[in-house]
Write a protein that binds this ligand. Structure first.
Ligand SMILES: Nc1ncnc2c1ncn2[C@@H]1O[C@H](COP(=O)(O)OP(=O)(O)OP(=O)(O)O)[C@@H](O)[C@H]1O
Ligand SMILES: [Mg+2]
Length: 342
């Protein structure tokens, strides 16, 4: 559905060229919700602008829904863009128009006749749960309702792809959950492909099937959520499955293991640890839902026998543990929760 190949974008600037995207390859399949995360300046917005054809890549290709955007004329680009819906952090609604008229706007531009427009707008507002507010003006809506209007408007021309740049950053927790629920629902009902740029781990956890971590315009890690968090030494693991705060005495090396519960049952992981006897202690054990699966994480302390024995035991049980903590030079075990994805 979406294919980026060797994508490079270099911006000229007074201080010399800025490489925003540096040879990026990425494929997103039809009907997948794909998250893009990374620090400020990693190239996330540049990536979305290249996807919409608003920005011409310096080299490489962008293919969306079978159309290669590079080298298209303005007119062809406009047609291709109609197959893409955009949702932003701040919804730019026309204040002087009702929400129905806002949703109708892209259909007017596309030359859809009035009767068809009316029917389509009613359908779209129902889809986002605002059928009863068609005559309201933007000023009369909450932030979450405005974002729903933004989503309805983005879907007006029946795009194959929905591109969202920080869609919930301006919303509170509960409203964020509702909007993400709507996005998943739309994907299920319309089979639409969704790309979501976000800095919030909770957004990735709640709505994405796959995630890509960008750093300096390059892909650092990419894949289905459960694969990404259970991979050895995964940079995204702590961000997506946070570690609880630990007592101060837990400052020596610890063994950490993250697993999908349908690969290894939590009781089997516990049994492997318990087999080591009294010396080992489970400092934390969590199981969290993630992309329709469940991911478990154990943090194990072995003050006397040391981490090697624990690692060997867990490996024998089919798990993939890592040693973490101060002495291993790894991050502070409590850091994941505080830092977030970026
Ligand atoms: N029009 C531009 N001209 C020059 N440099 C640019 C331009 N747009 C972006 N950049 C640079 O390209 C790099 C990537 O920027 P981009 O906006 O894609 O980052 P981002 O990941 O979206 O960051 P944020 O999380 O802050 O939105 C940055 O170094 C930025 O300064
Ligand atoms: Mg950005």
């Amino acid at each position: 559905m979406i294919e980026l190949s060797a994508l490079r974008k270099v911006y000229p600037s007074a201080d010399g060229p800025v490489v925003a995207l540096d040879g990026l390859d990425l494929t997103v399949g039809r009907g997948v919700v794909h998250g893009i995360v990374g620090r400020s300046g990693a190239g996330k917005s540049t990536l979305i602008r290249c996807l919409t054809g608003l920005e011409q890549p310096t080299s490489g290709t962008v293919t969306v829904d079978g159309t290669t955007l590079t080298g298209l004329s303005e007119k062809q680009l406009r047609a291709a863009r109609r197959r893409m819906g955009m949702v932003f952090q701040h919804v730019n609604l026309l204040d002087s128009r009702t929400i129905a008229a806002n949703v109708a706007f892209p259909l007017e531009v596309a030359g859809v006749p009035r009767e068809r427009r009316r029917a389509r707008v009613a359908e779209l507002l129902d889809l986002v749960g605002l059928g009863h507010r068609a005559g309201a003006y933007p000023a009369q809506l909450s932030g979450g309702q405005k974002q729903r209007v933004g989503i309805a408007r983005a879907l007006a021309t029946e795009p194959a792809v929905l591109l969202c740049d920080e869609p919930t950053s301006a919303l509170d927790g509960e409203t964020t959950r509702q909007i993400l629920g709507l996005v998943r629902d739309l994907r299920d009902r319309l089979g639409i492909t969704v790309v979501v740029i976000t800095h919030e781990p909770s957004v990735v956890r709640e709505v994405c099937d796959e995630v890509t971590l960008l750093e300096h315009g390059r892909v650092v890690q990419s894949g289905p959520l459960t694969e990404v968090v259970t991979a050895t030494g995964s940079p995204l693991s702590r961000a997506l499955v946070p570690v609880p705060d630990l007592p101060p005495e837990a400052r020596r090396d610890l063994v950490e293991v993250t697993y999908a519960t349908d690969d290894v049952a939590t009781r089997d992981a516990f049994a492997a640890v318990a087999a080591l006897g009294d010396d080992v202690e489970v400092l934390s054990a969590t199981v969290e839902p993630l992309a329709g699966r469940r991911v478990g994480r154990l943090l194990v302390d072995a003050p006397r026998s040391g981490t090697d024995a624990v690692v060997a035991r867990l490996r024998a049980a089919g798990l993939d543990p890592v040693v973490t903590g101060r002495e291993a030079g790894g991050p502070d075990p409590a850091a994941g929760r505080r830092e977030g994805v970026t």
